[in-house]
Design a protein around this ligand. Structure first.
Ligand SMILES: Nc1ccn([C@H]2C[C@H](O)[C@@H](COP(=O)(O)OP(=O)(O)OP(=O)(O)O)O2)c(=O)n1
Length: 182
């Protein structure tokens, strides 16, 4: 079974942040990182599932930086500029929503966009990578300033989602949980 080492089966224990000890690219590992933050194809970001049967390739992220790495890097960026006085929760929320608007702008008037963005230029992809990064950076700092431990909160929320939407009950349906009768 070929994996990138961070494939999770869906069990909460397997979805904990990956350890970042002992290596050397600034985030604590030697994982190759390209301009838009994606790992190379050769770094084995395709998964063979079900005992070696080839599946359609599934895109996966690089294991680093972790959410805690991003929190720390942004905290350093903010401290170095004496910007904490501007980065209160409400301002961070507004900044994040503004960046979501910039993501939306890249999609507007295009009609439906296929997975993998096959018709987008490299420059459009890089723009999208930058705007999505802005959203994430502000989201992580907002969580920090609100004292929400985001990686653990995500694990708890996903557990709740699984309870609300049992796969056996909702398979193939996008209905809201309130629409199920039993
Ligand atoms: N007060 C600020 C200003 C910027 N940033 C950081 C976080 C974001 O990742 C990025 C946002 O920078 P801009 O506000 O310049 O927004 P863009 O990079 O999206 O530029 P533009 O609006 O020209 O597309 O910089 C920050 O932390 N705090």
């Amino acid at each position: 079974m070929a994996t990138n080492g961070n494939k999770a089966s869906g069990h909460p224990d397997e979805m904990l942040p990956v350890s970042s000890s002992g290596r050397s690219n600034g985030f604590g590992t030697s994982q190759p990182v390209l301009e838009n933050g994606a790992a190379t194809e050769s770094s084995s970001h395709s998964n063979m599932l079900n005992g070696g049967t080839a599946q359609p390739e599934r895109f996966t992220f690089s294991p680093q930086p972790t959410i805690e790495d991003i929190r720390r890097l942004q905290a350093e960026f903010t401290d170095e500029r004496d910007w904490n006085k501007f980065h209160q929760p409400r301002n961070l929320l507004l900044a994040m929503v503004g960046e979501v608007g910039e993501v939306a702008e890249l999609f507007q008037w295009r009609g439906e966009v296929a997975e993998g963005l096959p018709d987008w230029s490299e420059s459009e992809r890089e723009q999208l990578a930058q705007e999505l990064s802005d959203v994430l950076i502000y989201l992580v700092e907002l969580a920090e300033k609100c004292r929400v431990d985001l990686p653990q909160a995500v694990i708890r929320k996903m557990a709740l989602n699984r309870l609300k939407y049992p796969a056996s009950k909702v398979h193939g349906s996008a209905k809201k949980y309130t629409e199920y009768k039993d």
